[in-house]
Design a protein around this ligand. Structure first.
Ligand code: B12
Ligand code: SF4
Ligand code: SF4
Length: 430
């Protein structure tokens, strides 16, 4: 007797009602092994929107949604207001003219009719910590465990753009870096909904998705926004250690650990350092606590999988010992590169200072002689936070050798924090 076909799993349905399994040119048996054949959907005689979605699903994007190229007027007003309130401070490139352009698709592609919103999940398993591991380890946010998502997504988006061109359309795409408000596009296209931690949440993958957009002059039938919200949940708001979620859906950029560890190239404000824990690149706390993420069980794209514990939980002392060349080699093709050599070592100092472990003192003492003043200053802070005689000895020596005023200030404050008598000022008379 002939075996009945296997039941259609939800993830095999690219477009409701269109079963992909068994169609020529599709290979969805393994979630990530797609055979790319842009002409297949054309051969099937599908309408343009499902045709585009089928191609996108075959490239691994999920969910995929379409919205019109109408201006994002409400978003524009929200974003301009955030800039004016100082909530986007620290990102000089995020200015009003960029927002106005990004919220008006026609300004980016003349004759724009539709926008395709593409999500790609990076929710991959974390490598196991080796048995008996005693290293002081930091945290890298999940999105940066694997290769740079811009590159991974760009390759696939370009194939989709090629498909749109074959359908007679012009297209312009953005993978994160453009002025397009990716989350607002995704929400309007029904890809997900706005969470109170400001991330877009999807049904299958929670918020563990990257977003990209293609603006096209093709007329594609739009999807509707999802009728979903966080409801009564607000777990992410108190979870943020730096108080960066100042209200539901509102992030104060400069309080966010993600900004401080990745985008800020200067000193980290002293009042934030003790609150940053062991995050050395990005931060996932407000996503880790999210119940939608706990319920999302669909595995993400294996292109982002980490194979080595150092990718997700790096040895902090080893990071601090990297020279510039080692940094370049180790983080080639990784999003972590964006922090820069000195920036990453600065972050490692803060994480070691927060570790509470005096085992970090020798590595931090050595970092007091680092060529970058940024690293020396944060090493001093960390030594002051850890305290103890050997930390104070190292700071005392550095006080004599240091010439850079900003580092001298860190050293003096660190010594004062540790209570070294000579820096406390004259003793009070009884
Ligand atoms: C600038 C930026 C940052 C900044 C500022 C973060 C921020 N909250 O805006 C910093 C460096 C801090 C950052 C951090 C992160 N980022 Co970032 N970032 C961007 C970037 C370039 C622009 C975002 C932006 O426009 N911000 C301005 C704010 C005001 O916009 P918004 O968050 O969309 O605001 C919306 C909501 O507030 C909503 N809203 C307002 N009021 C209300 C009221 C109600 C009732 C509702 C329902 C909604 C709502 O409307 C607004 C407009 O859409 C985008 C890429 C892009 N081109 O869009 C990536 C992007 C947002 N980042 C991304 C990621 C992955 C992150 C991190 C998770 C990385 C990490 N692990 O460290 C963190 C998350 C921090 C957080 N909780 O937001 C992804 C988000 C994917 C997703 N699922 O949402 C994006 C889309 C990049 C990408 N293409 O994949 N990021
Ligand atoms: S990413 Fe971290 S610091 Fe930023 S809002 Fe979320 S919990 Fe707060
Ligand atoms: S933790 Fe709760 S409030 Fe925050 S994004 Fe997730 S569901 Fe929404």
């Amino acid at each position: 007797m002939k075996k009945p076909p296997p039941p259609v799993r939800p993830e095999d349905e690219a477009v409701p009602g269109i079963r992909l399994e068994g169609l020529p040119g599709t290979s969805l048996s393994s979630h990530n092994s797609r055979v790319i054949a842009p002409n297949v959907a054309l051969e099937l005689g599908l309408a343009p929107a499902p045709r585009v979605k089928l191609l996108a699903r075959k490239l691994g994007f999920d969910p995929v949604g379409i919205t019109s190229a109408q201006p994002f007027s409400e978003t524009e007003a929200v974003l301009v207001d955030r800039i004016r309130q100082g909530l986007m401070d620290g990102l000089p490139w995020f200015h009003e003219s960029r927002v106005r352009r990004g919220c008006n698709p026609d300004a980016m592609l003349s004759g724009a009719r539709s926008i395709i919103s593409l999500a790609l999940s990076y929710d991959t398993p974390e490598p196991a910590t080796p048995d008996g591991d005693n290293e002081l380890r930091g945290h890298v946010s999940r999105y940066a465990w694997g290769p740079d998502y811009h590159k991974v997504m760009e390759r696939r988006v370009k194939t989709l753009v090629q498909g749109l061109q074959e359908m007679g359309g012009s297209a312009r795409f953005y993978v994160d870096y453009g002025p397009v408000p990716d989350r607002a596009v995704a929400a309007r296209a029904g890809v997900g909904w706005h969470g109170k931690n400001s991330n877009v949440l999807t049904t299958r993958y929670g918020s563990w998705v990257f977003l990209a957009d293609i603006i096209t002059d093709l007329d594609l039938a739009p999807d509707r926004p999802l009728k979903k919200s966080c409801g009564g949940c607000s777990a992410c708001i108190p979870s943020c250690p730096t108080g960066a979620i100042v209200a539901p859906y509102v992030i104060d950029n400069t309080r966010c650990i993600s900004y401080q560890t990745i985008e800020n190239k200067g000193p980290i404000p002293r009042e934030l350092r003790p609150l940053m824990g062991d995050w050395v690149f990005g931060c996932d706390i407000c996503q880790d606590v999210c119940p939608v993420n706990h319920h999302a069980k669909t595995p993400g794209d294996s292109a982002f999988a980490a194979t080595w514990i150092e990718q997700s939980r790096p040895d902090l002392q080893a990071l601090l010992g990297l020279n510039e060349e080692d940094f370049g080699t180790r983080f080639r093709g990784s999003p972590v590169r964006r922090a820069g050599w000195a920036g990453l070592l600065r972050n490692a100092c803060v994480a070691l200072g927060n570790s509470g472990s005096r085992a970090a003192i020798p590595a931090l003492s050595k970092a007091l002689a680092h060529p970058a003043a940024l690293v020396r200053g944060h090493a001093a802070w960390a030594l002051g936070r850890l305290g103890g005689a050997s930390a104070l000895d190292a700071l005392d020596q550095a006080l004599l050798d240091e010439r850079e005023p900003s580092v001298l200030e860190e050293i003096i404050l660190a010594m004062a924090a540790s209570g070294i008598p000579s820096l406390r000022g004259p003793a009070k008379q009884p």
